[in-house]
Design a protein around this ligand. Structure first.
Ligand SMILES: Cc1cc2nc3c(=O)[nH]c(=O)nc-3n(C[C@H](O)[C@H](O)[C@H](O)COP(=O)(O)O)c2cc1C
Length: 190
């Protein structure tokens, strides 16, 4: 594990998603690792922390999530814009070598058997809370966050420090068609 990656307490885990970043969803099942991009991910609850993510039926990653009952939501950085676009435009269903050709490297965090994408700013390991109706009707998946980590170069003391970090650490916010915004300036109420 990189020295700058630190655990985030579960009561602060919602803060890793509150700013609405485009994320990477990853899962592992029966020796197969998948990673896809998802703009439609959202915090859902504080304690225990929960989140939602929309996983379309065409995605290979969804099958790995359904099969294993667990997944990772991670926050990619501006430096990973191309990687994010690539894993969001190619499917493991068509390209078994998708991860390598998209520039994905995996790392291990804790003792969890999950594929964590290296180079991200934050990682939320989730247990699938099975809600078959929501999954089938709305492609909506709910996860309980069971562990979280962040890179202290951009998230420490329970909050993001985008304003002090190198711009390459900014979170990505996808609009459509490969058009992203990087997170902007901090605005604090008086
Ligand atoms: C920026 C971006 C955001 C995306 N957001 C979502 C999303 O929220 N939900 C979804 O099902 N697919 C989303 N996609 C599409 C999937 O990432 C895409 O279908 C991917 O190829 C699935 O990969 P897989 O089949 O290997 O799992 C997004 C794609 C991009 C580029």
């Amino acid at each position: 594990m990189h020295d700058s990656i630190k655990p985030v307490s579960l009561d602060k885990a919602y803060r890793l998603l509150s700013h609405g970043p485009t994320v990477l969803v990853s899962a592992r099942h029966e020796g197969v690792d998948g990673v896809m991009a998802a703009a439609w991910a959202c915090a859902l609850d504080f304690d225990p922390p929960k989140l939602t993510v929309v996983l379309d039926k065409i995605t290979a990653t969804r099958v790995l999530v359904e099969g294993s009952g667990q997944f990772v939501i991670q926050v990619p950085t501006a430096a990973q814009l191309e990687l994010t676009y690539q894993v969001g435009s190619r499917s493991l269903n068509d390209e078994p070598g998708k991860l390598a050709s998209s520039g994905v490297e995996l790392l291990t965090l804790g003792d969890l058997d999950l594929p964590f994408v290296a180079g991200c700013s934050a990682w939320l390991a989730c247990r699938l809370i099975e809600e078959l109706h929501n999954q089938q009707a709305y492609d909506l998946f709910i996860g309980e966050v069971i562990a979280a980590w962040a890179d202290e170069r951009v998230f420490r003391d329970g909050r993001w420090h985008f304003e002090d970090a190198d711009p390459s650490w900014r979170s990505l916010h996808h609009v459509a068609g490969g058009h992203f915004y990087g997170i902007g300036e901090a605005l604090t109420r008086k």
